[in-house]
Design a binder for this molecule. Structure first.
Ligand code: TRP
Length: 334
């Protein structure tokens, strides 16, 4: 036993989990998916669908199955390259649960109780132990692959900090085993607001007029953009305080076209909201159409999609099992 995993040399490693939910919207695309697609040219990426995290709140089994496949298909359709990125389903790699358990035995209860996400959710009735232990499973997700970075949203930074604490604790108690990873925060501009209420974040739980789903049909996209909330006045100008509606639409336009907001303001100087909105709708239709086609064709053949995920799990298991062999040996499991 050398204590080393067999990660491909050279490229740095990134790990991130995706929570499978029913719909993914353009806010998710700009905030996360697009970031993964960019990172994969630089990092060796392990990306998994966090189905075991999903069940920390009750899930309908059929919906969970469907969402897991939908999200996998959507990420591939958006440009995750399976030659560069290892895409898999969390529950297909049992080491996540195993290391999660082991980390639970090193984690003071108080550390879990003080997590913001737990505190927020534990107000609900019937809170489950799985919710409390969510961060130790997440730490296991990460540490198994010894990543350099963990791309996450702001709300997950505390969990990555705990991951570092646990890595340090394990290392100091049992000898150097894990690497302490850094979080990679999504860029600030990625805050896409609801199109029917530009002072709130775009969210799938706030009704379908709130977001544009990546799978919305062209006519739905056109209709939603047409009825998107704008502001008084008629100038196309980025001003979050006084013009939150138009500013949000400008952010979306900029993210999908690659044009800067300043150059969009110039382009639309003297033009009205209607023209701007109809151009934005066409831009979205044009950008999302190829994604939707690929998505539909992936979902048409669920068997081959499962094969893709099986292959991902196989690669992930190889790395994870090596890490676990070291862990077993260090802590004295025979
Ligand atoms: N908790 C993360 C979220 O809510 C999802 C997740 C699970 C994750 N395991 C992870 C993210 C490991 C990064 C690394 O978004």
């Amino acid at each position: 036993m050398t204590g080393k995993t067999n990660l491909p040399a050279g490229r740095q490693v990134a790990v991130s989990g995706i929570k499978a939910s029913g719909v993914l919207h353009i806010g998710n695309y700009i905030g996360a998916i697009e970031q993964f697609v960019r990172l994969q040219s630089k990092y060796k990426m392990f990306v998994f669908i966090a189905d075991l995290h999903a069940i920390t709140v009750p899930q309908d089994p059929n919906e969970l199955r469907e969402n897991t496949l939908n999200v996998a298909a959507l990420y591939i359709a958006c440009g995750l390259d399976l030659k560069k990125t290892i895409l898999f389903v969390q529950s297909h790699v049992p080491a996540h649960v195993e290391l999660g358990w082991i980390l639970n035995t090193l984690t003071p209860l108080g550390e879990l109780e003080r997590m913001t996400q737990f505190k927020d959710k534990s107000q609900d009735k019937g809170v489950l132990a799985g919710l409390l232990n969510y961060p130790t499973l997440m730490a296991a997700d990460i540490l198994l692959y010894r990543p350099d970075i963990v791309p996450v949203g702001e709300d997950q930074v505390q969990h990555v900090e705990l991951t570092r604490t646990l890595a340090r604790k394990f290392n100091s108690r049992f000898g150097s085993t894990f690497k302490e990873p850094k979080e990679l925060l999504r860029k600030e501009g990625a805050r896409i607001m609801a199109i029917d209420n530009p002072t709130k974040k775009m969210s799938k739980s706030a009704g379908s007029n709130n977001y544009i789903a990546l799978t919305d049909e062209p006519d739905i996209i056109r209709k939603k953009i047409k009825t998107a909330v704008t502001d008084s006045g008629s100038e196309i100008k980025y001003d979050v305080n006084n013009k939150p509606g138009i500013s949000n639409l400008l952010s979306i336009y900029s993210a999908f076209s690659g044009e800067s907001i300043a150059s969009l303001e110039k382009k639309y100087a003297g033009k009205n909201y209607g023209t701007f909105k109809s151009d934005l709708a066409e831009l979205l239709v044009q950008k999302l159409s190829p994604i939707q086609e690929k998505y539909k064709s992936l979902l048409k053949n669920k068997k081959s999609l499962m094969k893709i995920l099986d292959a991902g799990a196989k690669s992930a298991n190889k790395v994870a099992e090596k890490t676990m062999a070291v862990v077993h040996q260090k802590i004295g499991l025979i």
